[in-house]
Design a protein around this ligand. Sequence first.
Ligand code: RM4
Ligand code: NI
Length: 310
Amino acid sequence: MKLAARDWFRRRSQVVTVEPRVPQDRFPVHDHEFGEVVIVSSGNGWHLWNDEPQFITSGEVFYVRPEDRHGFEQVSDLHLTNVLYRPSERLLGPDRIDELLDRPDGHPRWQLTDDSLRQLEPLITQLTHEARSDDPHADVLAESLFIQLAVALVRHRIPIDSDALPAGRRFGHVLAYLRHHYTADLDIEDVAHRSGYSLRTLTRTFRERTGTTPHNYLVQLRIGHAKHAIRTTSDSITEIAFASGFHDSNYFSACFSRLTGLSPSEYRRRVQGEPALDAIAGAAHPAAIAARHAARRCHAHELGQRRKPS
Ligand code: RM4
Ligand code: NI
């Protein structure tokens, strides 16, 4: 499916427009005649990006090129702003696009801190306003605001999986840190303390910003890693479980089943030779039913986590 520019832009002279998604619903894999800058403000979900499933949440920024294929799955209160752009003969020429929306090593994804998200808000609001206006100057103004936004993003963004944990409470950094270390043995309480939170405050902030718990976030990242490994390697399921940060391959299988509706080996059988297949939740399929039984274990574990006093 290719989204056509004429369906989303109001006039020929309009080269930037904004589609707030509050929430972003599930959306099938597609490409576009235009590019997109996606800024996630809260909630969570799976972003399928060129066949790669990415668990996304608060403060993430994506640069989606026209040729990229992407979609949203298993979304949960995912709130984002989608800024649509196409090259122009005025400010936003192709060179400027390359310069501002560059993707070193093809890396399309960055993290913003909460402070940066807040600072960018008025700019996004103004851009949204101009994108809807019929004032004769609105199009060129929107173009220039988009350039401001793109420069601000370059200045504010940090790598998606930054290694550093700052001393002060900076939520975006915590997410980036977890993403860098999720395959290792992570102690969430330790991460909380080292970034200036108590476990209780981090958990609360986590819920507010992402709609999930730190524990479940790690499970999602680990399962994402495992899915990729199942698809792209011939390693055994146990090896993959350990390499993805699990200590127990039964627990791994339970979590895997809960999140995908299939056991790891069933998933492997299904995806072999079928690149884009992901997140098969076919409820009536026997494998899905078997998987649901196994999944109770993962779920029960999480409930246990939630009840644990902090
Ligand atoms: C959808 C989703 C897609 C975007 C369209 C315009 O809700 O955000 O990625 O291409 O809107
Ligand atoms: Ni899109």
